[in-house]
Design a binder for this molecule. Structure first.
Ligand code: DSN
Length: 406
């Protein structure tokens, strides 16, 4: 029976969400449109199966085909990232980072990650309200007053703090991460280096951002952002001993049955990401973000760090007395979907914030290129400065979206 017949309420809501995704500019930099093949695998009969354990070592019968699927996913990611060990079972990025800490640290050990307000992530040791800040001794580093990581300052702080693990990874940092420098800094105190490349993984496999694999002890990425796969995460390392500890931390340490439907969809995404089409796509994401940032700057709107090297842009609204919350809501009314985000030295709490985070992965999947970025950059300024009625911008957005169907 179709969903439409068996549950019209949910079918209708899904239909409305599909329409929203078609008719608006999805510019949250961690979102994307997956292929029909990825969606088909995610919604497949594999969702019916329990397969606790790992290929060849399961706790349930009937897993021969599941083993073949999980092995294929592992093999594809090994090749894609050029890495020796891959665990494809983490449900998402947060449990994947948790598994790394539980595998390699003792409770109370020192974690050092980038502060959320500087562009880090909650699981990188955000104090008080997250497991990473509550059950571990967390210290945080920040970006400088211009929004850049200052590697010399980081080195000084690391020498004082001597963390057990140094996390390099970001959710709202628009610049290249220098993994070789991070490794040198981690090595200076014998710290483990964890690279969380969730945002930039698609750029890494396409060669438009340096890879952390030669440097980091462990690399984590979610699979649903620039990598354009299903919602999940993988853990990678070249260290055999760490790989064994990570496997045990993921299962049975932290998780139960893996989501093999998602793992199959990850395998599909890994195959797609190995193609020349994907490499061209990733290159275009960065080219689009660059043009978009230039147009926004031309409209006299400040960007954190003054621009971008990757897929995302951070608008700093502090000079205009506008909040991220109000601006994101107004942009959404115009069909431009972004998110409010703290900026460095933000005087406002995160739920209000003074920044807008936006990016190009999803609109690039639709086929938009530099000419469209020029339009969108001006429309964003129109909304921020109330230069045109929101309804007029929304009409332009809709016309553009219709020219680039999903
Ligand atoms: N929530 C993700 C993001 O939007 O960047 C990070 O986990």
């Amino acid at each position: 029976m179709t969903l439409q017949k068996s549950d019209p309420e949910i079918a209708k809501l899904i239909g409305r969400e599909e329409k929203r995704q078609r008719e608006g500019l999805e510019m949250i930099p961690s979102e994307n449109y997956v292929s029909a093949a990825v969606r088909q695998a995610t919604g497949s009969v594999l969702a019916n199966k329990y397969s606790e354990g790992y290929p060849g070592k399961r706790y349930y019968q009937g897993n021969g085909i599941i083993d073949a699927i999980e092995n294929l996913a592992i093999a594809r990611f090994k090749k894609l990232f050029n890495v020796a060990f891959v665990n494809v079972q983490p449900y998402s990025g947060s449990p994947a980072n948790a598994a790394v800490y539980f595998a390699l640290l003792a409770l109370g050990d020192k974690i050092m990650g980038m502060a959320l307000s500087s562009g880090g992530h909650l699981t990188h040791g955000h104090p008080k309200i997250t497991f990473s800040g509550k059950y571990f001794n967390s210290v945080q580093y920040t970006v400088d007053e211009n929004g850049w990581i200052n590697y010399d300052k980081l080195q000084e702080q690391v020498l004082i703090e001597k963390p057990k693990i140094l996390v390099c990874g970001t959710t709202s940092y628009p610049r290249v991460l220098e993994f070789a420098r991070f490794k040198k800094i981690a090595d200076s105190v014998g710290a483990i280096l964890l690279a969380d490349i969730s945002h930039i993984a698609g750029l890494v496999v396409a060669g438009v951002h340096p890879s952390p694999i030669p440097f980091a002890d462990v690399v984590m990425t979610t699979t649903h952002k620039t990598l354009r796969g299903p919602r999940g995460a993988i853990l990678m390392t070249n260290n055999e001993e760490m790989a064994a500890k990570i496997d045990r931390a993921v299962f049975p340490g932290l998780q139960g049955g893996p989501h093999e439907n998602v793992i199959a969809a990850m395998a599909v995404a890994a195959k797609e990401a190995g193609t020349s089409e994907f490499r061209a796509y990733a290159k275009q994401i960065v080219a689009n973000a660059k043009v978009l940032s230039e147009v926004i700057i031309k409209n006299k709107i400040a960007l954190v760090s003054g621009g971008t090297d990757n897929h995302l842009i951070m608008i700093d609204l502090k000079n205009f007395g506008l909040t991220g919350k109000d601006t994101a809501e107004k942009l959404e009314e115009a069909g431009i979907v972004t998110n409010k985000n703290a900026v460095p030295n933000d005087p406002l709490p995160p739920a209000i914030s003074s920044g807008i985070r936006l990016g190009t992965p999803a609109i690039t999947t639709r086929g938009m290129k530099e000419p469209e970025m020029k339009l969108i950059g001006d429309w964003i300024a129109d909304v921020i400065f109330s230069r045109r009625p929101v309804g007029a911008v929304k009409k332009d957005v809709l016309d553009l979206c219709r020219k680039f169907p999903i």
